[in-house]
Ligand binder design. Structure first.
Ligand code: GDP
Length: 367
């Protein structure tokens, strides 16, 4: 069979995976003379942007396409999963272009959070990746928080040139672009996909003025996330969708916390201290004695300790362990895609059990 190419974006047509480029539901194939993928169809008829995931190789080809162009980079991260969603290799793409770092999903942080401090933290974290940012914003694309200020900043910093929106999948890039499109009424009809040489996928091109555009680039999949090991239904429990209420456990050494059945935090040694947990409110946290933890897990995984539920246990990777010594500064123990626990900085030895392939990390505390 001759290979079909989407007439909108140029991606080879496929009917297997809706999250990849060129997808058409098999039932829609051959219905029209014009062959366009679902993403281009939504764009053409509804002015709606959908994200597609690209492979690492394609992603880097795309990156190199932008790297020698002038313009502004608008880099989106998920504030709830900063470490997972920050693409460190973006440095190559940025070159000496100015970059605005945007922390999305700020609606998930507790209301009492000091936003200025979080912005400082973001600036510092980007610097550790060797990236000097021109501006930092906290927004909620979904709730419309901080969008107007960000739009002003984009206008000011792009100095009449193009803007490129980049971010890994699931950071809320489509929600963000769709919100921008809604704001800028009048130019809606002009949204198209444009080609960059060497790419199989068009970039979505939203005109900003007569001579420059805002480009949506495809997202790269972030694999180190617990999300990949749970069902779609369980993902709804794991992913917070409203303000997170921190849950505080005063722990003695030799106590353990289970985050559902997805992760386990052992307080091996140290003075009694608070463990401040930031996870989806729908996720149960259980405390037990360290000496009972193995036994409890064996008896209760898939039941009391869930998700993952019983029928998913076979697909769930075995735990891997990471050990940390906390000293001095306030520290977060991060479980990628799931959340984090803040410790005061009181000396402590901690062992964290996470599914294999999703190692826990530590960072200076975010809030
Ligand atoms: P993309 O893959 O980066 O294009 O991400 P989407 O726009 O499809 O969003 C991914 C998920 O994050 C969806 O479930 C959105 O509803 C959610 N999301 C996007 N923006 C926000 C936000 O500002 N706050 C919250 N809480 N969720 C958001």
């Amino acid at each position: 069979m001759e290979e079909l190419i989407c007439q909108g974006c140029g991606a080879p047509i496929q009917t297997e995976d809706a999250s990849l480029p060129g997808y058409i539901p098999a039932s829609a194939l051959g219905k029209n003379d014009e062959v366009i993928c679902k993403r281009c169809f939504r764009l053409k008829h509804y002015n709606e942007v959908q994200d597609v995931a690209v492979t690492d190789d394609d992603f880097f080809t795309l990156i190199s396409e932008i790297s020698n162009k002038d313009g502004l980079v608008v880099k989106l991260v998920d504030i709830f999963d900063f470490n997972g969603s920050f693409i460190g290799s973006i440095k190559r793409l940025v070159g000496d272009k100015p970059i605005i770092l945007v922390g999305n999903k700020v609606d998930l942080l507790p209301k009492s959070t000091n936003h200025e401090r979080v912005k400082q933290w973001l600036r510092g974290a980007a610097k550790e990746y060797g990236i000097q940012v021109a501006d930092v914003h906290l927004i909620s694309a979904k709730r419309g928080i901080g969008m107007a200020e960000l739009e002003d900043s984009i206008q000011e910093l792009r100095q009449g040139e193009d803007a490129f929106v980049v971010g890994s999948t699931n950071v809320g890039k489509s929600t963000f672009i769709n919100a921008l499109i809604k704001h800028s009424t009048g130019i809606n009809d002009a949204i198209t996909t444009s080609y960059f040489p060497g790419t199989t996928l068009g970039f979505i091109d939203i005109p900003l003025d007569d001579s420059s555009s805002l480009y949506d680039t495809p997202g790269i999949v972030n694999r180190q996330q617990i999300a990949h090991y749970v069902t779609d239904k369980e993902l709804k429990t794991v992913t917070p969708n409203k303000e997170i209420k921190s849950r505080i456990f005063q722990l003695n050494e030799k106590q353990t916390l289970f985050i559902g059945g997805l992760a386990r935090i052992d307080f091996e040694s140290g003075e009694r201290q608070p463990f401040v947990c930031y996870f989806s409110n729908a996720l149960d946290i259980h405390r037990t004695k360290l000496e009972n933890a193995d036994d409890l897990y064996e008896r209760q995984k898939g039941e009391l300790l869930a998700p993952p539920h019983k029928d998913q246990l076979d697909n769930f990777p075995a735990f891997q362990k990471s050990s940390f010594r906390i000293k001095q500064q306030k520290t977060d123990i991060v479980i990628p895609g799931l959340g984090w626990i803040t410790l005061t900085g009181e000396p402590a030895s901690i062992t964290v059990h996470t599914p294999k392939g999703v190692p826990a990390t530590v960072r200076r505390s975010l809030i």
